[in-house]
Design a protein around this ligand. Sequence first.
Ligand code: TXA
Ligand code: MG
Length: 378
Amino acid sequence: MHRTLPDVLPIEWPEGSPQPPASTEQSLDRAADRLRGGGLVAIPTETVYGLAADALDADAVRSIFRAKGRPAGNPLIVHVADVAMARGLAEVWPAAAERITSRLWPGPVTVVVPRNERVPDAVTAGGPTVAVRCPGNRLTRRLIEKVGRPLAAPSANRSEAVSPTTAHHVLDSLGGRIDLILDGGPCPQGIESTVVDCTVAPPRILRPGPVDREAIEAALGQTVATSGEPATMPPDNGQETAGCIGPHAARSPGTQQRHYAPRTPLEIAADPADRVAELARQGGRIGWLTMLADRERLRAVSAAGEVVIVPMPATAELFARQLYATLHAIDRRGLDRIVVDALPDTEAWRAVRDRLSRASHPASPTATVSPVRKGASP
Ligand code: TXA
Ligand code: MG
């Protein structure tokens, strides 16, 4: 374990420049050296920051689990520079994976495919499949090319905590446990990639994300299942089922109930203005993430007590971009409770609803959110 803080190296690639600036190339070279030597480097992606190690080096991969405090049973996503690198990790490359990756990579969608023997058990948690993704951030792809090997990278936060969308979040969560942070600025998507299991037919969305169901189905030319719907046995008819492992492969261990959670207890309220006012009158210090635009109502609620109102964007895409940064910021203020407006029950909001419902789940089956008291510690 490291005792010193990691170096934070800014990287950039201005639009329109054929090459990144020399300082960025030097930073990428340094990061590539560390990764080839078995080190841990936090990297920007278009979704959230990842904690990267050489995916083919089992010791390096195990050190990711130690740094995060992540259970060994939760497999990692392997980041590749292109489709060819992904195919090099797969026992078979299912037609569904080919359709998705040829149309949607680079980008925030991960495909689960049958793994081959190059992939260490530490990456897949001993399972028969591997999750692969080609990140949209071209500096990150350039880094992977420099390393010349795929990079295993979960989100760069302590296990179960809110994912980082800035280099600062990584420093807060993992500083002292990692070698280097590449700072590519805030992540434009703000929530984790869509994960699609391509080893079952029909393919199944294991984790909703920035690429929605409609886009996945358009790329595939077929409908998909989502987690929660019953799995069907793969039909045994050639190409389309190549790589099918069976319905039981459709598990994403990281999609456990409590995840992405801030330290401050969070609840989703169908009637948020009334709920926030009630909690504030009981003496709680409340952070309220709201899309409400009614100024009169907002003023009335904040008059009820100590309420930090955080206006949130009314589109799912912008809401997602800001969500984790907002939760990190509220956590730093040490409030008693976070209240979030119930979100629209539409497909566009599915991924954000998923993250918030996991963030609001109690820490253990027996835990309830303690009643709010004046001055209660977070
Ligand atoms: O956007 C993202 O996907 C980010 C950035 C860094 O790329 N990464 C990320 O990694 O969110 P992580 O480890 O926080 O989440 C990976 C998810 C987990 O839900 C995990 O269980 C699932 O992918 N997963 C990984 N390998 C799998 C496999 N072989 N089969 C099923 N699910 C898998
Ligand atoms: Mg994570």
